[in-house]
Design a protein around this ligand. Structure first.
Ligand SMILES: [Zn+2]
Length: 674
């Protein structure tokens, strides 16, 4: 009997070990997990429980997760970068306190409580106050060098401000992506037929591992620092307490935690954790718990670490709120590029403080993976606290009559047979005149980052398309004031304003038009670079693959997509229509003379300029036809150096790239403008 149970337990143990290894691989190396953190943590803690019960069973090698991948240089951490033990359980949190007090022989310990940001851990080294490198956690002993991508993070200083800067310090923090940026990027990916990221952390993890730092910079990564690794002198001597670590991080000008608490005993810790759980919903980024650290750094050092986790700190994680509800139906949305996105229509249910009636199902593969069927009872939670997602199906509540969901083979809006392109997960409606596609193309065309046509919102565009007044972007310019009078809820005055904004947009700069055309892979930034390079739409339209790829930031995929756009006769027809309506196709705002040596040159900026914001300097460079880039490479032409410059100066010297002071840059610029 007993041996039978042991046998079953051993089978369970083996299965768990395999599962954990499988999910480790997905989580750490490929940044695309299939299960939620909560499910993963449950598997792992059951595995640990069985292991502690049977120390002789040794399949699952306990190890720190490993994020190192091909293509990156691996470098050692001066002090190991361990991850924290975590718990979802109040009792375990109080046991952590009890154990710590017993070890250190204290009646009460003081703690600092910090929000646990849902991002990617990073160790940034400053030598003599200058940023020299950034490493991922890796396997805890050594990590991947991601300095080229961390350089693109807005708000990360190249040099530390103030006094008492140690000669060498590893500062630990978290790289993350705001909820808003996460939603924006996933929307773009769905439009491009790509797999969306599961949550903001996976997106951040994927982004720091991009080899292309230009692409990384468009993702808008953020960083917050909260701890110290190796330091000369030691962190204990320099900072004394964790509270002081936070204060000094702020004083040095580094991005810091927006809120932390100091507690004088574990009961206070618990009440601050509740407070954090309440206020974190107002943060612009995801948090998944509280980090509790012994405040006194000498004590934290004394208590030490196991081979895997430090003993002086613990992460208390908030279990995601799960709600059970019924899937009433699945509707299909058609996007601007024809991508079909399935949406779950749910019996409304409250989750994490909001009423949820819809959840994205991403694509046909996701529906098949979940095997979710209309009429099923499903579990939902907010992925990364942002997007409602179906995380499971309660099979035992399934109706006997249920059937797998047949993904439509025809576009629900126009009836065209749908197609799936190689290497894409999405099904698309290939008919460009399909009404929802037309509506979304027009909304994109008029959006703020494109033609910026005021007041041309969803309800107006819907009516224009439904009434047959507009069937492509060019038709907008044929509208008369009277046409707007026909629409519901448009007053005479708004009709005039709408008409005027449409007419005014004819004189927009070229990049706005290029972005508005909706060429695949062309965002606002690439549109600006193309406009600067080609100056008018005809040169772009006639450019060969080779010429296209000479423009800054344009790779092969993008060049192909531009060629495909201009080889399509429907698109050429629309361009002709736009042209005959008087839409300007060659306005590029640059004062540069053709002979200016600044024109087309690549500038990198480092350091601070009193009274001159970085953005302003960038505009100055661009106004004379120069380009600004974020990292120093062999292709950089000049490095402009302000006060407190960063590691870029050394890099430029190594590569033999000339440096300019602000004065030198200005005189260079003025010399060549006539
Ligand atoms: Zn269609």
């Amino acid at each position: 009997m007993n041996s039978n149970r042991n046998h079953n337990e051993y089978q369970r143990y083996k299965r768990l070990a395999q599962q954990v290894a499988y999910h480790d691989e997905l989580y750490y190396r490929r940044a695309s997990p299939e299960i939620s953190d909560f499910e993963y943590d449950c598997l792992k803690s059951e595995l640990q429980y069985l292991q502690s019960k049977h120390p002789d069973w040794k399949i699952a090698e306990e190890k720190v997760g490993d994020d190192r991948i091909e293509g990156f240089v691996t470098l050692p951490h001066r002090e190991p970068m361990l991850s924290l033990a975590n718990t979802y359980n109040q009792t375990e949190l109080f046991e952590f306190d009890k154990r710590s007090r017993k070890n250190l022989q204290f009646n009460a310990l003081e703690y600092v409580i910090e929000p646990k940001i849902d991002g990617v851990a990073v160790s940034v080294t400053y030598e003599k106050g200058q940023l020299v490198r950034a490493l991922t956690r890796g396997n805890g002993i050594e990590g991947d060098d991601i300095t080229h991508n961390i350089d693109t993070i807005v708000g990360l200083p190249q040099s530390l401000k103030g006094d008492n800067i140690p000669p060498f310090i590893e500062i630990r923090g978290e790289i993350f992506i705001n909820n808003q940026d996460f939603l924006r990027i996933n929307l773009e990916r769905e439009e491009e037929g790509l797999e969306p990221y599961a949550n903001p952390r996976n997106l951040a993890a994927g982004t720091v591992k991009l080899l292309d730092s230009q692409k990384a910079s468009e993702r808008n990564l953020k960083i917050i620092f909260y701890d110290i690794g190796y330091c000369e002198p030691t962190a204990e001597d320099l900072f004394k307490t964790q509270e002081n670590v936070h204060n000094v991080i702020e004083k040095w000008g580094l991005p810091h935690q927006e809120k932390f608490w100091k507690a004088f005993n574990i009961n206070e810790v618990w009440s601050y954790i509740q407070e954090l759980d309440f206020i974190r919903k107002t943060f612009s980024y995801g948090t998944d718990g509280a980090v509790v650290k012994i405040d006194n750094l000498f004590l934290r050092k004394t208590i030490g670490a196991t081979s895997k986790v430090p003993l002086g700190a613990i992460a208390y994680k908030f279990a995601p709120e799960r709600s059970e509800t019924m899937l009433k139906g699945i509707t299909i949305q058609v996007g601007r590029t024809g991508v079909l996105t399935p949406v779950a229509e749910l019996e409304p249910v409250t989750n994490s403080g909001s009423l949820i009636s819809r959840a994205t199902l991403h694509n046909a593969d996701e529906i098949a993976r979940l095997d979710v069927r209309v009429g099923d009872t499903v579990l939902i939670e907010k992925a990364g606290e942002v997007i409602p997602a179906i995380v499971g199906v309660l099979r035992d509540k399934r109706l006997p009559t249920s059937a797998p969901y047949p993904f439509p083979t025809k576009c629900p809006a126009c009836g065209s047979p749908v197609v799936r392109l190689p290497e894409e997960v999405a099904w698309r409606c290939p008919d460009a005149s399909c009404p929802p596609q037309v509506r979304r193309r027009i909304l994109h065309f008029s959006s703020k980052q494109a033609m910026d046509i005021n007041n041309l919102g969803v309800s107006i565009v819907d009516q224009l398309v439904t009434r047959g007044l507009v069937s492509n972007i060019a038709d907008l310019y044929n509208l008369k004031i009277e046409d707007f009078f026909l629409l519901d809820k448009v007053a005479d005055k708004s009709a005039k304003n709408l008409y005027d904004s449409i007419q005014a947009s004819k004189n927009n700069e070229l990049w706005r038009l290029l972005h508005g055309l909706g060429i695949q892979h062309i965002g606002a930034q690439s549109a600006k670079e193309l406009a600067n390079f080609f100056k008018n739409i005809d040169s772009l339209c006639n450019a060969s693959m080779e010429t296209l790829m000479q423009a800054s930031g344009i790779g092969e995929t993008v060049a192909k997509s531009i060629r495909a756009f201009f080889e399509n006769t429907d698109n050429l027809h629309i361009l002709n229509q736009l042209r005959s309506s008087g839409v300007c196709m060659d306005r590029v705002e640059t004062l540069a003379e053709a002979s200016s040596p600044i024109k087309g040159k690549k500038f990198v900026i480092t350091g601070m300029f009193p009274n001159l914001p970085r953005e302003e300097l960038k505009r100055m460079i661009e106004s004379v036809g120069g380009l600004t880039v974020d990292t120093v490479t062999k292709k950089t032409d000049y490095l402009i150096v302000g006060s407190d410059p960063g590691s870029k100066v050394q890099k430029a010297q190594e590569l033999g790239i000339p440096t300019l002071s602000l004065q030198e840059f200005i005189s260079l610029k003025d010399t060549h403008i006539t």
